[in-house]
Every structure is written in structure tokens, then in C-alpha cells.
Design a protein around this ligand. Sequence first.
Ligand code: ZN
Length: 396
Amino acid sequence: MSKKLGVGFVALFSVLAILLAQVLTVAPPVPDVVNPFVTVKLKSLSRNDALPLEISGRWQLIDSKTNEVLIERDNFQGDLVCDITGPKLGAYAANRDKVYLHCDSKDALRLNYFSYPGELIIEAERNRLNQYQQLNLYLRLKLEDYVLGVICGELPSQTPSIGAALEAQSIAARTYAIFKIQQGKQLRGDSRDQVYKGSDHNTHQARDAVHATRGLVLSEDGLILPSFFHRSCGGGTANSFEAEFSKNKLNALVGSIDPQCGDVYQRWQRTVPVDKLDRLSTEFKLGDTLQALNTVSKDKFQRRLVMRLQGENGHQDLTGEFVRARLGLPSMIWHGLILNRDGSITITGSGHGHGIGFCQEGAMRQAKQGLDYATILQHYYPGAEVESLTANLFNQ
Ligand SMILES: [Zn+2]
């Protein structure tokens, strides 16, 4: 190599190095997946009721306003009560409206015989006379720990060969939690939101599923999807807009046929007593007796979307989901209705739950057939994107 050529190489290398350095400095940083804290309501405790509480290891009771440590001890076994002074742990009265119970070790908190990770938030509620009336108990924990407890509460996670359904459910549950937080709403630890049962029921299959999908969420048009899910669709999922679950039309929640569900073996039959029907009539001031319950609109799976109550004083239209809740029915997919002599009605139907979005029964069957979580999610949330939960997406 000549000296001139060598100098040329050095110059070219220097230019490349400068260009490379510029590319490296202007390239956007790789976004980090976030694992924020979430707060879930566990239960309320009425005045003078007691909940057994056990704590292993070091713990502190902290004033929520001032962060003052009110008491610090090792281990505890006793009752949590709401008495005249507010929250009380054993003999110790906090004398505060809101306190944090922080445990140094994970899963060191055992409340009502269930183990929990995270911190217990104890909030005392007063009545009109300014007396303590009840304690509201919340758990503050990391999102990924919460998702693990949810999939163990929502699915039989020890069942063999449903790993892909557990993964899909993890993504749906994580997304739903973020959606609720972004709406500024309280997450409840039961089927009104997502069933959360703490750490005792965690299985290694569930841990694997949460780990494999860590930080993954569903979005549509760059926004977190309201990723509703239910136990069994009964043959097809519902359109969330038509069922008045979503204010906006969402492509991922238009509903789809689900051949996995809806066979005759999965059908149910329920009899609704006449007094329950009449209560619906009096609730809407239509008269003492419900004269008719008619379908105003339904989808192609026979899911009642809007129902009309008829009483002697007029009529009232209600969403199918409202009627389902009031009558205590598994779903609003009805195949037959018989009016009995005593005024009660017997309904034959299929499905369990509202039928929007992800169907747990169908997902478990698809997983057993060998489908992966992405395929399962595309079936129930068509067109939705699976992406990482970054600070940008979380803070929208
Ligand atoms: Zn289904």
C-alpha cells in the first residue's frame, strides 16, 4: 500500500468514524419498558368487623400525609379492625384517616389468610356524623406482580397445555389495568374488573407466561386498547360499540365468530322468579308488575343488546348488560324463553360474561390446539398491535 493511499484510508476512516458517531448520537434511545405501581382495591371492612392479619419480618405503619413512621416492629399476628379511633392493628390504634402498611420482605403480608406482595393502604371512611364507618383496603404493587395474581385468579393456570392462553391473558390483563389507570378509575380486585387473589395461587406456568410477555400491551392507533375479556363468548364475541361498552368504535372490538365456543353442551338454563322481574318494573316506575320483556336489538349470535321493559305505566329500554346484571344471568345470548304459569321465565342461553374482546374458554381451546399467543390475540382483538409498555405509552 502506498503512503498516499494509506493517508487516504486514514482520512476516509476518520470521515466514516465522524458520520458513525453522528448517527449514533442522533439515533433515538431504545425506550425502556416500564413496570409502574398499580393500586387495586381488595375489600372494605365495616365498623367493628375484624380481618385476621399476619406479617412476617420487619414492617412499618406510615402516615400517608406526612410519611411519619407511626410504628415499626418485627412480625405481627392479630386483627385489623375499624373502631371508634379508625384503623387499628391489634392493640395499636393508628389515629389517622389513611396509613400505609409497608413490609420489608415480599409476600410477607397475609390478610384474611391470603398472601400479598406490596404495600397495604388502609383508608378510613367517615359517615355524615364524622364517625369512622369502614376501612377501605387497597394493595399497591408492581404491575407485573399484579398481572401474575390476575391470571391465576382468572384462569385455571395449572391446566396443562394452555401456556399460550396464559400469555395472551397476561397481555390482556396488563393492558386492561393500564387502560383503567389512564381513565383515572379504581381497579377492583374482583370480576367487576379483574379477579386478583394475591400470591398463594401463583403457579410456575403463570410465572412463565408473565415473564415471557413482560411489559407487552395491546394498542390501537397508538393508544392503549380497552382490552375487555370474559369467560365464554357462547359462539361469537360482541361488538363493544353496539353493546355500549365503548364510546368510540374500535376495530379491535368489532366482535367475531368463535367456533371454539357455543356448542349445545355448553348451554345453560335459568329460571328468573316473578318477584325479580317485577322489581325491575318498580325500579323504573313502570308499575308493580312487569308485563313484558322484549328484545329491541340483538346481534347475529342472538346476544340481546337492548331490551324493553313494559309495565302498566309505560316502557323503558335498557342495555342487555344492565338486564343481565339485574336478573343474574350468565350471558345475554338467549336461544329460548318460556313463560311459566307462576309468572317466572325460563331462559336457555350460552356463554358466560359480557362477550366483549378476549374469550377465555376459546383461548384455552386454541392454546391446546397449538396456536401461539399472538394468533389468539389477533382472533379476539383483530388488528390490535402488541407493543412494549414504555413511559410514553403509559403516560398518555
Ligand atoms: Zn368463545
